[in-house]
Design a protein around this ligand. Structure first.
Ligand SMILES: *[C@@H]1O[C@H](CO)[C@@H](O)[C@H](O)[C@H]1NC(C)=O
Ligand SMILES: *[C@@H]1O[C@H](CO)[C@@H](O)[C@H](O)[C@H]1NC(C)=O
Ligand SMILES: *[C@@H]1O[C@H](CO)[C@@H](O)[C@H](O)[C@H]1NC(C)=O
Ligand SMILES: *[C@@H]1O[C@H](CO)[C@@H](O)[C@H](O)[C@H]1NC(C)=O
Ligand SMILES: *[C@@H]1O[C@H](CO)[C@@H](O)[C@H](O)[C@H]1NC(C)=O
Ligand SMILES: *[C@@H]1O[C@H](CO)[C@@H](O)[C@H](O)[C@H]1NC(C)=O
Ligand SMILES: *[C@@H]1O[C@H](CO)[C@@H](O)[C@H](O)[C@H]1NC(C)=O
Ligand SMILES: *[C@@H]1O[C@H](CO)[C@@H](O)[C@H](O)[C@H]1NC(C)=O
Length: 432
């Protein structure tokens, strides 16, 4: 017993400190520098940021990358990104570098920049899709020309102390490591070239580092019990309770109220949970061989549109998803033997945007699951998810003793009747 208790606490500790994600054990963001050519005083490098996380994307306003130069390097020029500050280049005559800072801070360019400033996979405002959602969009890249640097693989010094905001804190980056040079294929695929030198930096995410409080919560309901189990009180912290806005407030008619702030401070609708996002799981219907769940995600932030949102759910029956309506679905199988986790995300151009709080600030779907006769039950909250993540951050679940109960002795006819009522309940919830 003692062993299990300590093993449990060890795992919890591991989850929170080492940025280890049991649902995505290999998830990371890799930053790769490929030196493409040496110059008289340095080199030209292509920097590629790959998001290898299955379900965590880098949302607007996008990534910010920083590092510390090992020597007195400067950035002569950049294509496809820019340093946010030039710094003190007063030593230079004639050609002035793009950035002379010891710790350059680099951001992506916005879509629609002039053609001569673009680079492959650049200019997306720093937004990078999750690997599981769209691997072709899970990459961002730019080119930079570095001066006052080494000019051979013996004299070049790797930059140190990489930092990544994605867009907020939460990522920790390891040291740069020299890796085998990247090979490139020419467009006709008949010739291979390779980088003169390559180094990688790996960054991992920890929600614990990102924020003190959760940023979403979960509520439950079912056809077999008319109790709605709400999100926990103050699930996302109630520090900002005095700044929230009632849903019927006149303020909401003011122009510009929805304009996002530079630092992304939310304007939340007043709720008892004070979360920007709520996920609702409704056990909707019971059939002989199947059961049906209705899922709804509601946005309570008046200053945020969630693009490329994703929802990750862990439930033992997700190994037998028969149909998902109006969302895309992909099983996440981190360990080959366990298939209890899946990722829901919006369909392109249909509902991949979760609109700001208000009448359109919600998205819904239904999931049809096939019962496994050996494990399926409505008892003891089995029908509710074990874990829920929105946009890669874990949502707070209600305490287990508040889950809707199966009535002690439920005749079959009552279950059928409740199914009817359940649709009503759901309607109420969507409004509430
Ligand atoms: C980063 O993620 C990739 C892809 O999942 C994986 O192959 C690689 O081993 C990871 N790197 C580290 C240092 O975990
Ligand atoms: C370096 O990063 C690239 C992705 O940018 C990845 O494909 C490669 O496997 C990484 N190499 C090592 C040794 O981690
Ligand atoms: C540096 O270049 C030499 C050849 O010029 C090569 O033999 C060596 O492996 C390279 N070292 C690294 C770390 O790339
Ligand atoms: C690394 O960078 C961060 C932020 O730029 C800075 O606060 C920190 O002092 C740096 N650490 C070292 C060892 O340079
Ligand atoms: C969200 O998107 C809609 C439609 O594109 C736009 O009208 C609205 O201003 C956006 N809201 C925010 C908070 O960005
Ligand atoms: C996992 O479950 C899904 C259905 O939800 C199924 O399509 C997929 O084949 C399963 N994968 C494995 C490896 O069992
Ligand atoms: C899905 O459920 C059916 C019926 O119980 C069962 O035979 C099958 O093995 C299940 N599939 C998986 C992947 O568990
Ligand atoms: C419904 O669930 C609640 C919360 O678990 C429980 O207190 C209540 O007794 C249940 N109602 C019935 C009719 O069983």
């Amino acid at each position: 017993m003692r062993f299990f208790v300590s093993a449990f606490f060890f795992l919890v500790l591991l989850t929170y400190t080492a940025a280890y994600d049991p649902l995505d054990p290999n998830g990371n963001v890799t930053i790769k520098w490929d030196i493409m050519s040496w110059t008289p005083d340095g080199y030209v490098a292509v920097v590629t940021l790959n998001n290898f996380q299955m379900y965590r994307h880098i949302m607007s306003p996008g990534w910010t990358l920083g590092w510390t130069w090992a020597k007195k390097e400067v950035i002569w020029s950049m294509v496809g990104a820019q340093a946010t500050e030039q710094g003190d280049c007063s030593k230079f005559k004639g050609d002035i570098p793009h950035c002379c800072k010891k710790i350059p801070i680099v951001v992506d360019l916005l879509p629609g920049v002039p053609y001569n400033q673009q680079f492959t996979n650049c200019c997306k405002g720093g937004v990078v899709a999750a690997w599981g959602q769209d691997p072709t969009a899970a990459v961002s890249a730019f080119q930079l020309s570095v001066g006052l640097a080494g000019t051979s693989n013996k004299t070049v010094k790797l930059p140190k102390n990489f930092t990544l905001l994605g867009p907020g804190p939460g990522y920790t980056c390891g040291p740069a490591k020299v890796v085998p040079s990247t090979a490139f294929l020419t467009p006709d695929r008949r010739r291979k070239t390779q980088a003169l030198m390559t180094w990688n930096v790996t960054c991992t995410y920890s929600q614990f580092l990102a924020r003190k409080n959760p940023s979403c919560c979960v509520s439950f309901s079912s056809f077999y019990n008319d109790t709605i189990t709400p999100c926990p009180f103050c699930a996302c912290g109630c520090q900002n309770k005095n700044k929230c806005v009632k849903s019927d407030s006149k303020i909401l008619q003011m122009k510009g109220i929805n304009t996002p702030k530079k630092d992304n401070t939310p304007l939340l609708q007043c709720t008892h949970h004070m979360c920007p996002v709520r996920v609702h799981w409704h056990v909707k219907q019971n059939y002989k061989d199947y059961w049906r769940v209705k899922l709804a995600v509601t946005n309570f932030n008046y200053r945020m549109n969630y693009t490329l949102w994703s929802l990750v759910v862990q439930h033992p029956n997700l190994n037998n998803v028969t149909q998902v309506f109006s969302f895309d679905y992909k099983p996440l199988v981190p360990y080959e033997s366990i298939n209890d986790t899946g990722m829901f995300y919006g369909m392109k151009y249909y509902n991949d945007l979760l609109m700001e709080a208000g009448p359109f600030g919600n998205i819904q779907s239904e999931v049809l699951l096939q019962k496994d006769k050996n494990t399926f039950t409505f008892k003891q909250g089995w029908a509710f998810p074990r874990k829920v993540y929105f946009n890669g951050d874990e949502c707070m679940l209600p305490p287990p003793d508040t889950y809707p109960h199966l009535p002690n002795s439920a005749p079959k006819s009552l279950l059928a009747l409740s199914t009817l009522i359940s649709s009503l309940i759901f309607l109420l919830i969507s409004i509430w």
